[in-house]
Design a protein around this ligand. Structure first.
Ligand code: HEC
Ligand code: HEC
Ligand code: HEC
Length: 406
């Protein structure tokens, strides 16, 4: 509890600092856990009849006026829809990423919200929950916190985490990823956008992919992601640097208002596309579909909701790219997408692709609750089959260099 308090203290401090730099997240990655916090719902921003953002103030705004925050409540729209503005709340949620930048914003996964009539009632309820909670988690049954890597030693301070993410940001600039990708809202669009609003990838997926990129988009026949570990890459990135880039992408990929100096990045002059498409033509890389013929594959054919998807997406060897039109070049093979994406991201994306990934070329499908549930179950089954090696995904790696003679 003390750690949470400290976290909030620091946040308040940083809000007070004008022009505070960079980003911050909790020491315990990938986010700050607000368990049983008494907050004041100041404002709701409602778009299309759904709660899109809320502003929360910490504790009693009469005593801590500056501590308020915007939250993207993607996971908690329903929870907040019935609660009027100017209400006291007891909330239990996690922040996945948050950024200090001309104001203050965050992305929140809300687990529960209890509206109270007044501050005192909320506090009483919080204390009651604390009293009911076991003091020590019993060994062995301890719930694993969601995080990308085990945190070793003492958690990083917010400043240290912010600094680490800035390193990733600088590396992205040096490696000129914007020559092909959009990041933090700006850059070219020759490759999939790297701007999204949520914790997106499975742990370690990003660093592994950056170290050895493979083909995911079968209809993309003009360009390939390059290996920055190659000695030909300028700069050539070391494993620790790839980790820093991966952390930065995972935590801050959804930011759309970068600090002023990053705006000045002259990415329009990065002409990577022309040359690399020419090189790619000389040595193309086609997609190899994964076989889904086993028992887990059969389950997938019975998922009715999937039929809409395969109009645009390849899906292992059950739907191959040959029938798919070029405008859908950015649509990845669904099996490889399920492998890389967190299940909550998949669900959020299906509900509203353009919101989760600004500028997404996938239309909103208006799936029913039933269809969403059906797909979620299918994705879970696929993930289990992948983890159990029942499905062996084919990853086709790109080698630019001519084969070396040994
Ligand atoms: C020459 C163009 C080019 C450059 C430069 C480039 N990429 Fe890519 N990148 C691609 C293409 C094309 C893909 C899609 C490959 C596919 O899915 O088959 C891709 C895919 C990715 C993906 C996978 C996204 C997903 O969810 O499918 C990530 C992450 C990524 N790139 C990060 C980076 C980073 C970080 C840099 C800079 C260090 C970078 N890229 C530089 C072309 C490029
Ligand atoms: C004038 C043509 C040209 C332009 C422009 C160009 N590249 Fe390259 N790039 C190459 C060649 C040639 C190689 C090395 C090919 C080889 O390994 O045989 C290469 C290799 C790379 C590699 C290493 C990949 C590997 O597997 O060896 C990366 C990463 C890369 N380029 C990124 C970029 C980025 C980012 C840009 C835009 C800022 C860019 N390139 C612009 C020609 C170009
Ligand atoms: C009208 C064509 C179309 C249909 C139908 C469609 N998609 Fe997509 N989907 C796309 C395109 C295009 C993209 C790439 C979006 C982008 O990067 O801009 C995409 C992206 C995605 C992504 C994000 C992948 C990533 O790498 O970030 C997921 C997940 C996804 N689709 C799942 C589905 C599922 C599940 C269905 C069926 C319920 C479906 N899609 C139906 C065209 C479609």
């Amino acid at each position: 509890m003390r750690i949470v308090k400290l976290g909030i203290g620091l946040i308040c401090l940083m809000v007070l600092l004008p022009q505070s730099v960079g980003a911050l997240v909790a020491g315990e990655r990938p986010g700050i856990h607000y368990a049983d916090q008494v907050l004041f719902l100041e404002k709701k921003i409602v778009a299309d009849g759904r709660v899109a953002w809320i502003t929360l103030a910490y504790e009693d705004p009469r005593t801590s006026k500056t501590c308020r925050n915007f939250f993207d409540v993607l996971g908690g729209r329903e929870l907040f829809s019935d609660i009027p503005e100017k209400s006291w709340l007891l909330v239990d949620f996690e922040l996945r990423s948050l950024v200090v930048d001309s104001g203050f914003s965050g992305d929140a996964d809300v687990a529960s919200v209890l509206a109270c009539n007044d501050y005192a009632t909320c506090c009483r309820e919080r204390d009651r929950r604390h009293a009911a909670r076991p003091v020590e988690p019993s060994p062995g049954v301890e719930e694993k916190p969601r995080q990308d890597k085990p945190t070793q030693g003492k958690p990083l301070t917010l400043d240290e985490v912010g600094e680490r993410l800035l390193v990733g940001r600088r590396l992205v600039k040096a490696a000129r990823c914007r020559g092909c990708h959009t990041l933090e809202g700006f850059g070219a669009d020759h490759a999939p956008s790297l701007t999204w609003r949520r914790h997106k990838y499975e742990p370690n997926w990003l660093a592994d992919y950056l170290a050895a990129p493979y083909r995911m988009r079968p209809a993309m026949n003009n360009l390939m992601m390059l290996a920055y570990t190659s000695p030909n890459a300028v700069p050539n990135l070391q494993p620790a640097e790839l980790n820093a880039v991966a952390d930065y992408l995972q935590q801050l990929g959804w930011m759309t208002s970068p600090a002023k100096d990053f705006r000045l990045e002259p990415w329009q002059n990065y002409n990577c596309f022309d040359c690399h498409t020419r090189l790619f033509k000389e040595k193309p890389l086609t997609f190899a579909p994964t076989s889904l013929s086993g028992p887990s594959g059969e389950k997938t054919t019975s998922t009715a909701a999937l039929r809409t998807c395969v109009a645009c997406h390849a899906f292992g060897d059950q739907q191959t790219a040959t029938k798919l039109a070029a405008p859908m070049a950015l649509a990845p093979d669904l099996l490889l997408a399920v492998e890389k994406l967190q299940i909550d991201y998949l669900q959020a994306y299906l509900e509203d692709p353009g919101y989760v990934q600004p500028g997404s070329q996938m239309p909103r499908l208006n799936l029913t609750e039933q269809q969403l549930l059906e797909l979620r179950q299918l994705f879970k089954q696929l993930k289990e089959a992948l983890a159990a090696d029942e499905i062996k995904p084919v990853h086709r790696y790109y080698r630019m260099e001519k084969e070396s003679v040994e």
